[in-house]
Design a protein around this ligand. Structure first.
Ligand SMILES: [Mg+2]
Length: 213
């Protein structure tokens, strides 16, 4: 870790595709989402998949569109679709050590809900190192990148953004964080060139971001 983070007291991490590669788990959750939508809205599986993707891109989380336009019970949907096998995720001791060694508080800010973060962190061996999980339910169903998601996080966790780092794999979720005053970091194999002003740091993954120089 570089001296660039010397002023950081609070560390906010996204979960999916930030702390672990999500595709394996996403397939199982995605299938349950599509089946639930088909049943609840009364459409074919193909149409359900289109709705799922449309609302994800429009609102940042599929459940928001389902609740808004189809009267779906958001909490029931979230609990149902995340009832999958988390044992496909393996403990990551190096990541636990790197995050655990950071000075200050550590938070998860995820657009997931329904116990997803708790189960994923348990499988990854990361449960004990975070001070709090702030999920979609905690955000009153305002997903990132909606500005309310960040305001609610800052208020609920008493975070001073100018002394906090916001880590994400999703580029569009960093701009509102930057506007609030967070230091931002993008993780992932690819990053935009030239780097937008709202992306403060980039690394291939969280471990590369936090490893001592
Ligand atoms: Mg993510």
């Amino acid at each position: 870790m570089t001296g660039a983070f010397a002023h950081i007291c609070d560390w906010v991490f996204d979960l999916d595709n930030t702390l672990y590669p999500a595709p394996t788990l996403y397939d199982a959750i995605g299938e349950r989402m599509t089946a639930y939508i088909a049943r609840a809205v009364g459409v074919s599986a193909d149409t359900a998949l289109q709705l799922r993707e449309h609302y994800f891109h429009l609102y940042g989380a599929t459940v928001v569109g389902l609740a808004m336009h189809h009267g779906v019970d958001a909490r029931d949907f979230m609990a149902h679709v995340h009832d999958v096998d988390y044992s496909v995720l393996l403990p990551d001791p190096e990541l636990a050590a790197l995050i655990g060694a950071l000075p200050g508080r550590k938070f998860i800010h995820t657009n997931g809900g329904g116990g997803h973060a708790q189960r994923a962190l348990a499988a990854l061996g990361l449960s004990s190192i975070f001070d709090a999980i702030f999920d979609l339910g905690d955000a009153e169903f305002s997903p990132k990148p909606q500005p309310n998601a960040y305001w609610r996080l800052v208020e609920a966790c008493a975070i001073t953004p100018s002394r906090a780092l916001f880590v994400e794999d999703t580029l569009r979720n960093l701009e509102p964080a930057h506007q609030l005053g967070f230091t931002t970091a993008l993780v992932g194999a690819v990053h935009p060139e030239p780097r937008p002003a709202y992306v403060g740091h980039w690394a291939v993954d969280v471990k590369a971001l936090l490893r001592p120089d």
